[in-house]
Design a protein around this ligand. Structure first.
Ligand SMILES: Cc1ncc(COP(=O)(O)O)c(C=O)c1O
Length: 493
């Protein structure tokens, strides 16, 4: 993996002052001094500098004046377990990795190896607690309240829809979307095949019938080719679906222009499941703003979190007000408690909405960081043949909720699960890609439309892909550790 060497490399003619300035900016608190040919001649820590100053050296002395110290080095490619051993045996907290000619490649710290790297943990900022505290101070602990109103208003800006209702989960929002569209028993609902089961459960709650549409190979999202073929067949048999649920997978936007052209032609409403994709855009419009309704999740592992929560958004005031009513036990417009439809308690509380208000204010930063993390993985792993990534749909800007890699089994002789298990032993959490819906025991009896007769994309991705740690609080050194560990595992280290 390429890194900026000038961050931690000094020469013998640098002063102690230069060294202290660099050391202060480095997590590892270790600099490397290189000789004329670029090879490591020594390391410097602030302990070295302090000892030298106590023995009457000055900050303006050159590093060449420091007493000699033999550097402890390791060859780049050494496994994490061996690096940790070397650090424990030598009682040091960081070690310099060098190439075959002794030039520095990177510094590896003990803390970074001891630390467990999680897939996508919550990343809270400074503002969430203030809004939660406001709810406590004003006694708005009831489900509704000012945080909830602010959260819904702010979501309007981020979803591109004019109306939003915040609810207790993304699954609840999907369920409400089906209810307000009037989906009922035996209605057919097309849905992306490669997704999390939550995209499908609400269809089953209503005893409607899911029909799974395969992915297309580059973005891994719903294949417009499979969708068109299925619509033509179902029109011929008089069996068109009542709705299409398009999932924006792992933060990457589906080909909405192509999907909307088909949906409009056949006059079928589209629900966008953007649970994983808040902050992504297509044609400079928020992901989720093309369809009739869109759904977001604020589960603990998502782009932003309310610990648990979701939202349903639409351009239609009528649909969202109906959803709001169904989410709050469906009371009729009467003074007494009168109810005419089956409904739910799906409200998001004012306390949790306070977390959401704080989280939403840093959404742009979270998106930028996840995209940087993707870019670090891409740069770090692209040199390895047999490794590739989910692509962008044209004119889209993915939020890269998760970076997911695809391993080519003709080149890499390991199943992703073998890599996942080795990473887990090294303290790195990775997860399999979603198992397609048509392969789920729960869904085996439903129809599935492949991308092409020769190529089922979703099941091939399931067998080849692995989700990598992508949390927006990850440090660059964490990403380096994951990259180096994957390289070691696939190269048999
Ligand atoms: C694609 C997709 N749809 C729906 C959901 C459901 O969201 P929630 O967990 O908030 O119910 C999730 C995530 O959990 C998801 O990944």
């Amino acid at each position: 993996m390429k890194i900026k060497m000038d961050n931690f490399v000094l020469s013998l003619s640098d002063t102690l002052r230069n060294a202290m300035l660099k050391l202060e900016s480095l997590e590892e608190k270790l600099c490397v001094v290189c000789g004329a040919k670029g090879q490591v001649v020594r390391t410097v820590t602030d302990g070295d500098v302090r000892r030298f100053l106590l023995s009457e050296g000055s900050m303006d002395d050159k590093l060449s004046s420091l007493p000699e110290k033999k550097p402890i080095l390791a060859l780049h490619g050494t496994s994490d377990a061996e690096l940790l051993d070397a650090m424990v045996n030598n009682d040091i907290n960081a070690i310099v990795l060098v190439d075959k000619v002794g030039a520095p490649v990177r510094i590896c710290s003990r803390v970074s190896l001891d630390k467990k790297i999680l897939l996508s943990p919550p990343h809270l900022g400074d503002l969430e607690m203030k809004h939660v505290q406001d709810a406590f101070d004003s006694n708005w602990i009831a489900p509704a309240g000012p945080n909830l109103t602010t959260f819904e208003n702010n979501l309007v800006k981020n979803t591109g829809h004019q109306h939003v209702v915040a609810v207790s989960s993304g699954t609840a929002a999907l369920h409400l979307a089906l209810r307000v569209l009037g989906i009922s028993a035996r209605d057919r609902v097309y849905v992306s095949d490669l997704t999390f089961i939550a995209s499908v459960q609400p269809i089953l709650y209503e005893n409607a019938v899911p029909v799974f549409i395969d992915s297309e190979p580059s973005s891994w999202n719903m294949s417009p080719i499979a969708l068109e073929r299925k619509l033509m067949k179902d029109q011929a048999s008089g069996d068109l679906p009542a709705a299409i649920i398009v999932v924006h997978l792992y933060g990457q936007v589906a080909d909405m222009p192509a999907i909307m052209r088909l949906a409009d032609k056949y006059e079928i409403p589209v629900i966008e499941d953007a649970a994983e994709s808040l902050g992504a855009t297509i044609d400079n419009k928020p992901c989720g703003s093309s369809g009739t309704l869109s759904v977001f999740s604020f589960n603990g592992n998502k782009m932003i979190t309310t610990s648990g929560g979701g939202a349903l958004a639409s351009h239609s005031y009528k649909l969202i007000e109906r959803a709001r009513n169904l989410a709050t036990q469906g009371r009729d417009l009467a003074e007494h408690y009168q109810h005419s439809s089956i409904s739910y308690n799906y409200r998001l509380s004012n306390v949790l909405a306070g977390i959401g208000v704080g989280q939403l204010s840093v959404l742009a930063d979270r998106v930028a960081r996840r995209r940087e993390i993707f870019e670090l993985y891409r740069q770090g792993l692209t040199g390895n043949i047999g490794v590739s990534f989910q692509q962008n749909t044209p004119n889209s800007f993915g939020c890269r909720w998760l970076t997911v890699v695809e391993f080519n089994p003709d080149i890499i002789d390991l199943h992703p699960y073998q890599i996942m298990r080795r990473l887990s032993q090294l303290g790195i959490e990775s997860r399999p890609g979603w198992k397609p819906m048509h392969m789920q025991p729960l869904c085996g009896k439903y129809e599935f439309e492949p991308h092409s007769e020769e190529h089922v994309v979703s099941s091939s991705l399931f067998l080849r892909s692995l989700c990598l740690p992508s949390g927006s609080a990850m440090l660059n050194t964490d990403v380096e550790r994951v990259v180096n560990s994957i390289e070691n595992v696939i190269l048999g280290g």
